[in-house]
Design a protein around this ligand. Structure first.
Ligand SMILES: C[S@@+](CC[C@H](N)C(=O)[O-])C[C@H]1O[C@@H](n2cnc3c(N)ncnc32)[C@H](O)[C@@H]1O
Length: 335
């Protein structure tokens, strides 16, 4: 029996079931579900505040935070967008026009504030208003150690006491700058405390006490998605939530499968079956060319060796001929 979510507002459920497939980006389906549900759970717990993401790209994960916000709450999107010279590691190139069109398509524009800036320069654009204001803060911009450390510090300074910080790509072997940045943030006295891992992201709380509260919350709300509890990370422990074919339940009682690995597997199988003939022919040609090249390379030294042996043998042959000729001449003389 697949696990079911807490009932979600229609707009969030629809995004999980269908909308998010049409937005390009990097987000595991179950993580989209965990983030969407956590945003709703926070509201139910009367936790007040805005939401923010650094590194929005086309808005795939940003929409899980921004969709269905109450009118008085804001969703803040930070990205360098066309200032790609500020994008140090090129982990995706933000595009404001595509982001805005995705926000409009999902009717999320009204609550959104877009900030075009590097997260290293947020002070200059007036990001740090007096008081803490974010209840959810997603970090998915640059993956270098320096920027990761900076972004964690930005989150630490701006999230409310019960806020949640999600750090992307912590364990992605291609972006080890993130884990390096996290540990240098801690080495520098950073106070955020991890309590959960969802596919692709680490969840952090503002302190140890809040981490315990949040851990209980994910155990209660996503128990069926729990893969392992109390896994050590640095001096802390985290619960690990996995990728599952969740049933997305909405507030009107509708339920539908979360598109996930099962469909991805089907898509891969389908793709494998429908590889275009032209592509296969090209592959065959390339394979044949490669084969011929390998054979030529193999035969070349052999040919060289034969030539060398012939060259070496030439004087011997010559001297052999000379000796035979001399022998014949001597015999002819005797007779
Ligand atoms: C991996 S993508 C984000 C993926 C996105 N969260 C999603 O849901 O698909 C990284 C984004 O961070 C932006 N970026 C890179 N460096 C940045 C920085 N220093 N400050 C703000 N945004 C940055 C890039 O332009 C890009 O859009």
């Amino acid at each position: 029996m697949p696990p079911t979510t807490i009932p979600l507002p229609l707009v969030k459920a629809a995004y999980l079931r269908q909308g998010m497939r049409e937005v390009q980006g990097w987000l595991n389906p179950s993580t989209a579900l965990y983030l969407s549900a956590l945003e709703v759970l926070q509201r139910r717990e009367q936790i007040d505040g805005d939401v923010c993401e650094i590194g929005v790209y086309h808005g795939k994960s940003f929409l899980t935070l921004a969709l269905g916000l109450p009118e008085d709450q804001r969703a803040v999107a930070v990205d360098v967008f066309e200032d790609q010279h500020l994008n140090l590691d090129q982990a995706g190139r933000g595009d404001r026009a595509i982001l805005e069109s995705n926000l409009a398509k999902h009717r999320a524009s009204a609550n959104v504030d877009i900030i075009k800036a590097s997260s290293l320069e947020l002070d200059a654009v007036g990001f740090f208003k007096p008081g803490r204001r974010f209840r959810m803060f997603s970090i998915d911009g640059s993956h270098t150690p320096e920027v990761t450390c900076n972004d964690l510090q930005v989150a630490e300074q701006t999230v409310v006491e019960q806020g949640i910080v999600a750090l992307d790509d912590l364990l992605n072997p291609q972006w080890l700058g993130v884990v390096t940045g996290l540990f240098s943030y801690w080495a520098g006295g950073g106070s955020l405390v991890p309590y959960g891992v969802v596919p692709g992201k680490l969840l952090l709380a503002t302190d140890l006490e809040q981490a315990t509260v949040n851990r209980e919350l994910i155990r209660r709300s996503f128990g069926d998605g729990m893969v392992k509890r109390d896994v050590p990370l640095g001096v802390h422990t985290v619960d690990v939530l996995g990728e599952f074919p969740w049933i997305v339940v909405d507030e009107e009682g509708g339920s539908d499968l979360l598109p996930g690995n099962h469909t991805a597997v089907a898509a891969v199988t389908k793709r494998t079956r429908t590889v275009p003939i032209a592509y296969l022919t090209q592959l065959e040609q390339r394979a044949a060319e490669r084969d011929a090249l390998i054979k030529a390379r193999q035969s070349r030294p052999h040919r060289r060796v034969v030539r060398k042996l012939k060259r070496l043998a030439r004087p011997a042959v010559r001297s052999g001929r000379t000796r035979i000729a001399a022998l014949r001449a001597r015999r002819a003389k005797r007779t």
